[in-house]
Design a binder for this molecule. Structure first.
Ligand code: C2E
Ligand code: MG
Ligand code: MG
Ligand code: MG
Length: 283
C-alpha cells in the first residue's frame, strides 16, 4: 500500500493527511463491533406521487449512531464499508430494519407504502443475497411487492443478472439509482429486470439553479421519456423547491423525493407522516 501511494507523490510529511488516514482506519476497523452493538440505524425519506401528492413509500437511509462521533452520514462510512466488505453485513441489517418497519406501515384507502433499500454492488454479487431477502421477508411478513432494491446506475454493469431475475420473480422491485449523475450503460436497462428509474438529485437541482440550463432540462426530459418508453416508473430525487416540483410534474415524472416534501425521518416520525395513521406505539 505504501508503495502504491508513494508513486507520484512527493516525500513531504503531511500530518493532516496522516491524521485523516488514521481516522479512516479507526472507523473502518470499528464497524464489526459497531454492528454487534446495533449502532447502525435507518431513517426513512418519503416517496410521493407527483400527480396526487400521496405517499407511496420511503427510501431507507442508513446512519451510524457512533459512540463518540454522533450520528454519522452514510457519506462518511459507506464507501469505507464497501472497501472492507463490511457493507455486506451492514446492508443485511439495514434490509432487516427497513422491512421490519415497512411491515407496520398502512395508509387508509391506499395501498400500503413500500420500502426502497440501497444495496451496494458487492451485495448484488453476494451469492447469499436472494436467501437473505427471502428470509427477511418471511421473518417480517412484508409482501415482496412492498420491497424495492436500489442499485447505483454506475454499478449496474457489475451486478449479476441471475439473482436480480430471481428477486424480480418473487415480486421484489428493482430501481436504478442516481441516473444522470455519471455515465452508465443504459442499454442494460433492457436486459435487467428493472422497474424504476431514479433521476439523480444533482440533475434535478440544475434544472432550476441560478442559471437554469436548457441542455439540463432536455437531458431530464429525455430520461423521463426513456424511462416511460421502457415501461419504467420514473422517480426524481433531491427535489428542494416548488419550481423543481412543478417542472418535474409537468414533465410527467411519476414520483418525487426530497426536502420539498420531507427529509429522512426517524421510523416513528415517518409513521406519523402517513395520512390517517394511528398514534405510534413505540417499540
Ligand atoms: P442516495 O441513495 O442517492 O440517497 C439520496 C440522498 O440524498 C440521501 O443522502 C438523502 O438524504 C439526500 N437528499 C434527500 N433529499 C434531498 C434534497 O432535497 N436535496 C439534497 N441535496 N439531498 C437530498 P444520505 O442519506 O446522506 O445518503 C447518501 C448516499 O449514501 C445515498 O444516496 C446512498 O448512495 C448511500 N446509502 C444510504 N443508505 C445506504 C445503505 O443502507 N446502503 C448502501 N449501500 N448505501 C446507502
Ligand atoms: Mg438511493
Ligand atoms: Mg439516489
Ligand atoms: Mg443521490
Amino acid at each position: 500500500r505504501a508503495k502504491a501511494e508513494g508513486r507520484g507523490s512527493r516525500a513531504v510529511y503531511d500530518p493532516h493527511r496522516n491524521e485523516q488516514q488514521i481516522a479512516r482506519y479507526a472507523l473502518s476497523t470499528s464497524m464489526p463491533a459497531a454492528l454487534e452493538r446495533d449502532e447502525f440505524v435507518v431513517e426513512f425519506q418519503p416517496l410521493v406521487g407527483l400527480a396526487d401528492g400521496r405517499v407511496r413509500g420511503a427510501e431507507a437511509l442508513v446512519r451510524w449512531r457512533h459512540r463518540e462521533l454522533g450520528l454519522l452520514s452514510p457519506k462518511r462510512f459507506v464507501g469505507l464499508a464497501e472497501e472492507t466488505g463490511a457493507i455486506v453485513p451492514i446492508g443485511r441489517r439495514v434490509l432487516q430494519l427497513a422491512c421490519r418497519q415497512a411491515a407496520r406501515w398502512r395508509i387508509d384507502d391506499d395501498p400500503a407504502p413500500y420500502a426502497s433499500v440501497n444495496l451496494a454492488v458487492s451485495q448484488f454479487r453476494d451469492p447469499g443475497l436472494v436467501d437473505d431477502v427471502v428470509r427477511v421477508l418471511e421473518e417480517t411478513g412484508l409482501e415482496p411487492g412492498r420491497l424495492q432494491l436500489e442499485l447505483a446506475a454506475g454499478t449496474v454493469a457489475a451486478a449479476n443478472a441471475a439473482p436480480l431475475r430471481r428477486l424480480s420473480a418473487l415480486g421484489v422491485r428493482l430501481a436504478v439509482d442516481d441516473v444522470g449523475a455519471g455515465w452508465a450503460n443504459l442499454g442494460l436497462l433492457r436486459e435487467l429486470p428493472v422497474d424504476v428509474l431514479k433521476l439523480s438529485g444533482g440533475l434535478v437541482q440544475r434544472l432550476t439553479g441560478a442559471e437554469p440550463s436548457e441542455a439540463e432540462s432536455q437531458i431530464l426530459e429525455s430520461l423521463v421519456t426513456l424511462g416511460h418508453a421502457l415501461d419504467l416508473q420514473v422517480v426524481a430525487e433531491g427535489i428542494e423547491t416548488v419550481e423543481q416540483h412543478d417542472r418535474l410534474r409537468a414533465l410527467g415524472c411519476d414520483t418525487g423525493q426530497g426536502w420539498y416534501f420531507a427529509p429522512a425521518l426517524a421510523p416513528d416520525d415517518f409513521i406519523r407522516y402517513l395520512p390517517g395513521s394511528p398514534a405510534v406505539a413505540s417499540r
